[in-house]
Design a protein around this ligand. Structure first.
Ligand code: AMP
Length: 291
């Protein structure tokens, strides 16, 4: 397994593989890897000859009062997990390698980024799009793998790739959860024992919402209220948002049947103590069910 912190060296290696006729899958991450990340690597492993993983805590996607400094890091453990999973290359640059002192070019988007996490994290997606674009230039992969855990990010990256005619296929992968339902996240390490227990309210509330939809409910307000009511019962939890949107363009839905491609995203962000956690589910809503 190759480990490189340098842009040019990484690009040369990927170009060499491409010249040799190998397909390349890329998994962008911020490290502190867990089974969620690993599932993306395994998908990339199945579908490509070579797998590259980037491990980079991207400063420009964090707001001024967010957790950039305290974000968990353990590169040795990450490298061991990558090695075990059959990764061929890890790109692990320093921030100075990615961003020159006079760096001033960003990738931004008018739609999709304003709702959900964009409301409380107004510069977050600009940072994500910019770093993902850079990674796509440094590692010109055939496919890039993103988790549905960050469903808005997946939708934004897909749209960016389409709008900017990027020659890469964006592959979405399902959410990996702990045995008790909590979505795996590097940020779960911030939770103390009591908060860890309280955090179960995220998946529990979503299960309730999903059940309503499966029973035929199509009124987004009613589903949202049910989810909110479950979260409110947990005293350590504070709702940032509960939203139901069209997964294709992240616009709010009143009726679930209005999703243009039939895919509805129900997404929540909840503060458990000081830790902000996100979770979601995506459902296909069959228009015919109404009649
Ligand atoms: P992060 O390191 O948190 O930036 O995540 C890197 C990639 O892993 C993103 O595409 C995430 O959506 C994905 N990911 C993180 N947690 C999970 C999870 N529990 N299940 C599936 N994918 C995940």
């Amino acid at each position: 397994m190759i480990i490189s912190g340098k842009i040019e060296e990484t690009r040369e290696q990927i170009k060499k593989w491409k010249r040799e006729g190998f397909s390349v899958g890329l998994v962008p991450t911020m490290g502190y890897l867990h089974e969620g990340h690993q599932s993306l690597m395994e998908a990339a492993r199945r579908e490509n000859d070579k797998v590259a993983v980037s491990v980079f805590v991207n400063p420009i996607q964090f707001g001024p009062n967010e957790d950039f400094a305290s974000y968990p890091r353990d590169f040795e453990k990450d490298a061991a997990l990558c090695e075990r999973t059959g990764v061929d290359l890890i790109f692990h640059p320093e921030a100075e390698e990615m961003y020159d002192e006079d760096f001033c070019t960003y990738v931004d988007m008018d739609g999709l980024t304003k709702e959900l996490c964009g409301k409380s994290r107004p510069t977050h997606f600009r940072g994500v799009q910019t770093v993902v674009s850079k990674l796509f230039h440094i590692i010109p992969a055939d496919r890039a793998y993103f988790g549905e855990k960050d469903a808005q990010q997946l939708a934004v990256v897909r749209k960016m790739a389409r709008d900017l005619s990027m020659d890469i296929q964006i592959v979405g992968c399902p959410i990996i959860r702990e045995a008790d339902g909590l979505a795996k996240s590097s940020r779960n390490t911030y939770l103390n024992a009591e908060e860890r227990q309280a955090a179960l309210v995220l998946s529990r509330s979503l299960t309730e919402g999903k059940r309503l939809i499966e029973q035929g409910e199509r009124d987004a307000q009613k589903v949202k209220r049910t989810i909110q009511a479950v979260i409110t019962q947990e005293s350590l939890a504070k709702v940032d948002y509960v939203e139901i949107v069209d997964f294709a363009d992240i616009t709010p839905l009143r009726n679930l049947e209005d999703a243009r491609q039939g895919e509805v995203l129900c997404a929540i962000a909840v503060l458990i103590g000081k830790t902000r956690l996100i979770d979601n589910f995506i459902v296909k809503v069959d228009k015919a069910k109404k009649e």
